[in-house]
Design a protein. Sequence first.
Length: 370
Amino acid sequence: MSKEDWLRYRHVMGFGSSEAGALLDIPGSYGSSLQLYLEKIGEKEPFSGNIDSRMGHFSEPHILELAQYVDLDLIGASVDEQSEACMLNWENRDSQRMILKPDAYYQHPELPIFSSPDGIDLGEGEISHDELAQGYLPTSFTQPKIIWEAKNTTGMAQRGFVYGIAPDYRAQVQQTLLITGAKVAYIIARLDGRRIQVHKEVPDPEVHQIILDKSQWLWDKVLEGRRIKKEYDITSYYTTSLHRFPKKQLEGMALLQQLEPEPDSEAEDYTFVKEMIKPVPDAITRAGTEEEYELLMKYCSANNAASNLKAAGDSARAKLLLSMGEDVRELDFEAITGVKGSFKVKGNRPYVSPPLRQYILDSIISNLTK
């Protein structure tokens, strides 16, 4: 499959397993549900790779070759024990299984999610290399029971595999298990190019249900966003100056802004996310003080208010520009405020003059302290 076909498939067919962390708004993921939504409706360019991801793709075949010599009886053992046993099997050419990388996607029959596992475990002795060369694929490939995922990690990223599977990556593996119907996944991580760590993951119904619900919810938004853009003839709106558009398109842009998904504030409470929060060995727990509780309340309140304020601000800006119409470029509020200042479109962005902005902020603070 060419890179162009790969990108086209990801745009049309829904959410790939590598996007599962962003789909669920898991902290630490590369992206969010909002970013996915914007990519799928054509407002942002999808991630096409960087030096780290390209190096990871380059390393996958080599890591999967190592996986053929892994001793699964040592799952849960130390990094050194797993690495030594694997290298000993490799040295003796004692292959434990045959792993084949699929050049295809597995698609959910009903929902907009798909996956392409790094490797399918064909077992040992089920098929010969000659049969593979002739194009024969066993049932274990079309209906896999065991899948393998390969990771090349360095530096701090290793911690996500030495101490377990990071939540965003676990969501990726669980989506692959859900779609393929496999009974188990093994994740092999090469650490700093010298050692390996292997983890076992089995299907988790809780995670599967979250993925099913969120994927359908977000895909419905994507389809509606595409429909609005087509109906209102909108090429792009998210990072575009709105004053240049006719009234009908501004109405469509306001609808698109209302459709944007809010980050999932419950993502941190998913069981499989909380399982990764491990205590420091010598950590001390004590009762919090009243002062610390006040700070915690402010922290939670500010986090909650930030997302609400952004949505309210975007909506107010869209309505203000819509109210201005196509010809008006500046609004003077001196008659109302007594301040020489205005709201106008300056360059490509809406702009509030400093005197008017300060007057508004002072008014807000004054009202809050009354």
